[in-house]
Design a protein around this ligand. Structure first.
Ligand SMILES: C[S@@+](CC[C@H](N)C(=O)[O-])C[C@H]1O[C@@H](n2cnc3c(N)ncnc32)[C@H](O)[C@@H]1O
Length: 531
């Protein structure tokens, strides 16, 4: 039977729209192709719902493919929510549609929902058509399995990458949440708290950034240029966060939870489960837009400057800078005697215990250099927008009222002989009867002068008897504020000075190394770095 003319015209028009959308997709004109597919989908749906038209299998297939292609285009624009919805529409029409399953799997991987992604790729694997793409599919299947395992176990191992001198592909990372929960903090607002005893070096969390921005920032002579570049970088970063937030309800909800730095005591304490990588599909999210002023405050308070893993070992940072926002890490408060350290690999931040942590203890990071005197730390905290309420600051604030302390600080600032500063501080601590961790706090504050003494053969010959042994100072500092690359370097230098270390020294360095870099590599890799 011949079709009526107007129906023929509609079909031709639909055909044209479909071809146009496909062409735009091939040309990678994502926004345009999304619009054209939207037009085609609406025409299809009108046509299908018309009771006068016959059921058309071919049109159903075209509709499925249109949803699938629009999902692909939306994925490219990082509109994950929209893309997922399109995949589900396509799968309603054909539940084993290979292309759609691949697309959905990729989105879920991007959203760190490893087992759900694995499920998609498994169903795709059942499809006979997949043979053509079996290599890619197998790659995804393996990746999902690996990430799902890492996310569950936290068994990350960077040994090969480290032994390779950080060359080649960076290790694959999954999001991971260790034995921690979000609770009201004694320091300020909410904080992250250990749910069991945790050994130094153990992994606490691995979180992917909502957004990052990286660039080369010229320094020194060209200060204006540097500042300009910094501003451009910040603007790009803000744009990226805004884009991610408007494209994904979950991201929007997570960002909205973060502190603006004021009235933290009244902030809601979220359950950590909403941040778990596999969760977050059905959180009740508000659609309320984040005010730009609020967003800028959130970014001000919570963004972190990247400290890359490789740079930590080599000590080289160069002009390369990165800034980003990592939601779970944003719940960690600062302390000048932190018990955790962070470093970055790719878009992930990795936080590990730098000291033994007791169940119920708050996890803290040093937002800035905690190996500096109280006055400098106060200034740095001020730049962050808060007065530090940590135990160490409270203790050092009391001590700073003492007259001798004022003299020691002044000598330090004026750069008087480093040995005199160390000697005076040690003698004063004896008089003030400073004990235990408190000694470590003060020694860490003046670490710069201690380290100068310990690495100098000449100074050690002259002053060695009048200053405490390096091991004693290092142990007290590490116990009080945790280790640091600089402490590790001084220990290595010190061991070299006395003509190389025995087994006990090596063990000690390894222990220190575990606190500084975490248990993410086998002994052999850590030893190669330390030696
Ligand atoms: C990244 S947030 C940390 C989590 C925050 N407490 C919350 O409830 O979301 C940083 C903000 O926490 C507060 N904060 C962190 N460490 C602090 C400290 N040692 N003393 C006082 N306030 C601190 C400051 O308001 C800071 O701007």
């Amino acid at each position: 039977m011949k079709e009526p003319e107007h129906q023929q015209n509609t079909e031709e028009m639909m055909q044209q729209v479909r071809l146009k959308a496909n062409e735009l997709l091939l040309r990678e004109e994502w926004e345009q192709s999304i619009q054209t597919y939207t037009h085609f989908i609406s025409l299809c749906q009108t046509h299908i719902s018309n009771p006068k038209t016959r059921p058309d299998q071919k049109l159903q297939k075209s509709l499925c493919l249109a949803f699938s292609n629009r999902a692909e285009a939306r994925l490219k624009t990082r509109d994950f929510d929209g893309s997922l919805k399109d995949c589900d529409e396509a799968l309603k029409i054909e539940n084993t549609h290979f292309k759609t399953l691949m697309c959905k799997g990729k989105i879920l991987l991007n959203l760190d929902r490893y087992s759900m992604a694995l499920n998609c790729f498994k169903i795709a694997n059942l499809d006979h058509l997949c043979n053509a793409d079996s290599e890619t599919l197998n790659g995804y299947l393996e990746k999902c399995k690996k990430l799902e395992f890492l996310s569950r176990s936290g068994a990350f191992d960077f040994s090969n990458w480290v032994l390779n001198g950080f060359k080649g592909k960076i290790p694959e990372l999954a999001e991971y949440i260790g034995a921690v929960e979000i609770k009201k903090s004694e320091i300020s607002g909410r904080g992250l708290v250990a749910t069991k005893n945790i050994d130094y070096g153990s992994l606490l969390l691995v979180t992917k950034a909502i957004a990052t921005e990286r660039g080369i920032l010229p320094q020194s002579k060209t200060e204006d240029l540097g500042e300009n570049a910094q501003m451009v970088m910040w603007k790009n970063f803000v744009d990226k966060v805004v884009e991610s937030t408007s494209n994904c309800k979950r991201t929007h909800a997570l960002i909205s939870m973060l502190s603006v730095g004021e009235n933290e005591e009244s902030l809601e304490v979220p359950d950590i489960s909403v941040l778990r990588p596999e969760s977050g599909q059905d959180c009740s999210f508000s659609n309320e837009k984040i005010d730009m002023g609020v967003m800028l405050n959130i970014l001000d308070v919570n963004s972190l400057v990247e400290e890359t893993f490789a740079a930590k070992f080599s000590g080289k940072k160069g002009d390369y800078h990165g800034v980003g926002i990592w939601v779970l890490a944003s719940f960690v408060n600062h302390s000048c005697n932190p018990n955790a350290k962070r470093f970055h690999i790719g878009d992930h931040v990795i936080v590990h215990a730098s000291r033994d942590i007791k169940e119920g203890e708050e996890i803290t990071l040093g937002y800035f250099d905690v190996f500096s005197p109280l006055k400098t730390r106060k200034e740095m905290a001020k730049n962050w927008g808060f007065d530090c309420h940590c135990k160490r600051c409270k203790f050092e604030t009391d001590i700073s009222l003492k007259h001798e302390m004022g003299e020691i600080e002044m000598g330090y600032e004026l750069g008087v002989d480093v040995c005199t500063t160390v000697y005076k501080l040690e003698e004063s601590m004896k008089r003030w009867m400073v004990r235990g961790k408190m000694k470590g706090y003060l020694r860490a504050s003046f670490w710069k002068v201690y380290s100068e003494v310990f690495v100098s053969e000449k100074l050690m010959m002259k002053w060695g008897r009048r200053v405490p042994p390096m091991e004693v100072v290092v142990d007290s500092v590490v116990e009080a504020v945790g280790g640091d690359e600089r402490v590790l370097r001084v220990v290595i230098e010190g061991v070299k000075r006395i003509g190389g270390g025995g087994l006990a020294e090596m063990e000690k360095m390894m222990k220190l190394g575990r606190g500084v870099y975490g248990k993410v590599m086998k002994k052999q890799a850590l030893r190669s770095i330390l030696s």
